[in-house]
Write a protein that binds this ligand. Structure first.
Ligand code: UD1
Ligand code: CA
Length: 449
C-alpha cells in the first residue's frame, strides 16, 4: 500500500485572554518547553510531512518558534472561528494531502500515537474522525451527538438543547479528515450563538454528503486544553507525573517522586539516586550511578558517572561535572568543567573555569570571573589544592599540584607544585590580650558605668 501523505494544521491564533499574559498562550512552558513544541512534535510523530501553524497577526514569537521547528506559518487576521482559522492555511491544501489533521496549540499532552490511531481510521475508510473524551465535567466542550457508531454532529455548548447538554462524550478539539473533505470547509456558515465559523460543523456537513464520520475516544488526561493558569498547572502536574514514572521505569530511584521536577529533555542514567526537592531545568544529563542530593537546582549541566551533586547545589548552564567528582552544599557552578574526582564540597562559586582532575576547591573559595565588563577564565590544574576562602581573580592559572594558602587573593598565575599565599602576614604579640583586658576592666570600673 502506498504511504498516505499527511498535512497537520496547528491552530494557535487564539488570544488566550484568560491567561492574562503578555506572552502568547502557546508559548507558556510545560516541562520547561513551550506548549507549541509538544504539538509540533506530535504532528511529526504522526507522520505529517507538512505542518502548518496558524497564528494571530502580531504573534512573532509564535511564528519564529514554529518556523524554527520546520512548520509553515499562516496568519489569521480576524479570529472568526476554528473553521476560519483552518482556511487561513488553505494554501497548504495543494497538492491535496490524503490526511489532514487539525490540532490545537494549547493541548500539549496529546500524543503522536493517538494521532496515528486517527490516521489509521482514515486509512481504513473513515472520511472524518473526531477525538472524543468523557471528562468528569463536560463543561463548555462541544457535545458529540452519536447514532450508534456514527458521529452525526457536534453541538457547541451555547447552541445545545437541554438533552444535548446532558451528553458526557465531548469534542477534544482534534479532527482528522481526508483531503477530499477540504472543499466542505468553505460551506461552513456562522449561523450560531457566537457568530463564528465552527470547524466541528464539518461533521454535520459530511453526514449530509453521506460520508463516514467516526469518533475515537481517548483518556481525559491527554486532551486537557490550557485556557487559564490553573489549567496550565494541571497540565504541568500531569507532565511531571509521566516524567517521574518514566525516570523510575528507566532505573532511577526517586525517594519522593512528587518533589522532583523534570524538563522535557532531562536524561538520567541507571542507578542514579535523586533525593527529594530537586529541580531539573532544561538541558540536564546525569550519568549512571550519580547522586543528586536534596534541594539542588540543575540547568544545562552534565553530571558524570558516579558524581555527587548537592545537597543545596546549583549547576548552571554549560557545566560539566566529571565522573566521581563531588559538588557539595551551597556550591554554584557555571560554564565550567570539573574533571574526574575533583571536589568543591562547600560554599564555593566556580564560574568560567576548568578544574583539573582530583583538585580540591576549599570552602568559600570563589572564582572572581567578572570585572564588571568582561568574563574571564580560571584554570585550576589537576591535583591542585585551593585553600578555603580564596579569591581567584580571573584570568588566572593555578598550576597542577599547586597549593593556595587559605584566604588568599590570587591575581597572578601560580606555577605547578608551587605554594602561593596572597594575604597579610600574621603578627603575634605574646601577652597582649591579657594586658588589654586588664586595662579595659580598670577603665570601666573608674567610669562607674
Ligand atoms: C473548541 C471546540 C469545541 C471543543 C473544544 C476543545 C470549536 C467551535 N469548538 O472550543 O467543540 O470541545 O475546542 O478544547 O471549534 N483558534 C484560532 N482562530 C480562531 C479561533 C480559535 O486559531 O478564530 C484556535 C485557538 O487558538 C485554540 C483553538 O483554535 O487553539 C480552539 O479555540 P477556542 O476558542 O479555545 O475553542 P473552544 O471554545 O475551547
Ligand atoms: Ca480552548
Amino acid at each position: 500500500m502506498p504511504k498516505r501523505t499527511c498535512l497537520a494544521i496547528i491552530l494557535a491564533a487564539g488570544e488566550g485572554t484568560r491567561m492574562r499574559s503578555a506572552i502568547p498562550k502557546v508559548m507558556h512552558p510545560v516541562g520547561s518547553r513551550p506548549m507549541l513544541g509538544y504539538v509540533l512534535d506530535a504532528a511529526r510523530t504522526a507522520g505529517a510531512g507538512t505542518v502548518a501553524t496558524v497564528v494571530g497577526p502580531s504573534a512573532d514569537a509564535v511564528s519564529d518558534y514554529a518556523k524554527a521547528a520546520g512548520s509553515a506559518v499562516f496568519i489569521q487576521k480576524d479570529r472568526l472561528g476554528t473553521a476560519h482559522a483552518v482556511l487561513a492555511a488553505r494554501k497548504a491544501f495543494t497538492p491535496t494531502p490524503d490526511d489532514i489533521l487539525v490540532l490545537y496549540g494549547d493541548t500539549p499532552l496529546l500524543t503522536g500515537k493517538t494521532l496515528r490511531r486517527m490516521r489509521r481510521a482514515l486509512a481504513s475508510g473513515a472520511d472524518v474522525v473526531v477525538l472524543g473524551f468523557r471528562p468528569p465535567d463536560p463543561a463548555a466542550y462541544g457535545r458529540l451527538i452519536m447514532n450508534g457508531k456514527r458521529l452525526v454532529a457536534i453541538r457547541e455548548m451555547k447552541d445545545a438543547s437541554r438533552e444535548e447538554k446532558a451528553i458526557g462524550f465531548v469534542n477534544a478539539g482534534v479532527m482528522g479528515f481526508s483531503g477530499a473533505m477540504a472543499p466542505l470547509l468553505k460551506k461552513i456558515g456562522n449561523d450560531n450563538a457566537k457568530k463564528e465559523y465552527y470547524l466541528p460543523d464539518l461533521v454535520a456537513l459530511a453526514n449530509r454528503a453521506d460520508k463516514t464520520v467516526r469518533a475515537i475516544e481517548v483518556h481525559t488526561e491527554e486532551v486537557i486544553g490550557v485556557n487559564t493558569r490553573a489549567e496550565l498547572a494541571l497540565v504541568e502536574r500531569t507532565f511531571q507525573e509521566h516524567a517521574r514514572q518514566a525516570a523510575m521505569d528507566g532505573g532511577v530511584t526517586l525517594i519522593d517522586p512528587d518533589t522532583v521536577y523534570f524538563s522535557h529533555d532531562t536524561r538520567i542514567g541507571r542507578d542514579v539516586v535523586v533525593e527529594p526537592h530537586v529541580f531539573f531545568a532544561r538541558g540536564v544529563t546525569v550519568g549512571d550511578n550519580a547522586t543528586v542530593r536534596a534541594y539542588s537546582h540543575l540547568e544545562g549541566a552534565t553530571v558524570g558517572i558516579g558524581a555527587t551533586v548537592g545537597p543545596f547545589a546549583r549547576l548552571r548552564p554549560e557545566t560539566t561535572i566529571g565522573p566521581g567528582a563531588r559538588i557539595g552544599n551551597f556550591v554554584e557552578v557555571k560554564n565550567a568543567v570539573v574533571d574526574a574526582g575533583a571536589k568543591a564540597s562547600h560554599l564555593a562559586y566556580i564560574g568560567d573555569a576548568h578544574i583539573g582532575a582530583g583538585a580540591n576547591v576549599g570552602a568559600g573559595a570563589i572564582t572572581c570571573n567578572y570585572d564588571g565588563y568582561f568574563k574571564h577564565h580560571t584554570e585550576i590544574g589537576a591535583g591542585a589544592f585551593v585553600g578555603s576562602n580564596s579569591a581567584l581573580v580571573a584570568p588566572v592559572t593555578i598550576g597542577e599540584g599547586a597549593y593556595i594558602g587559605s584566604g588568599s587573593v590570587i591575581s597572578k598565575d601560580v606555577a605547578d607544585d608551587a605554594l602561593a599565599v596572597g594575604r597579610g602576614r600574621q603578627v603575634d604579640k605574646p601577652g597582649w590580650a591579657a594586658s588589654f583586658r586588664k586595662q579595659m576592666q580598670r577603665r570601666k570600673k573608674q567610669s562607674g558605668k
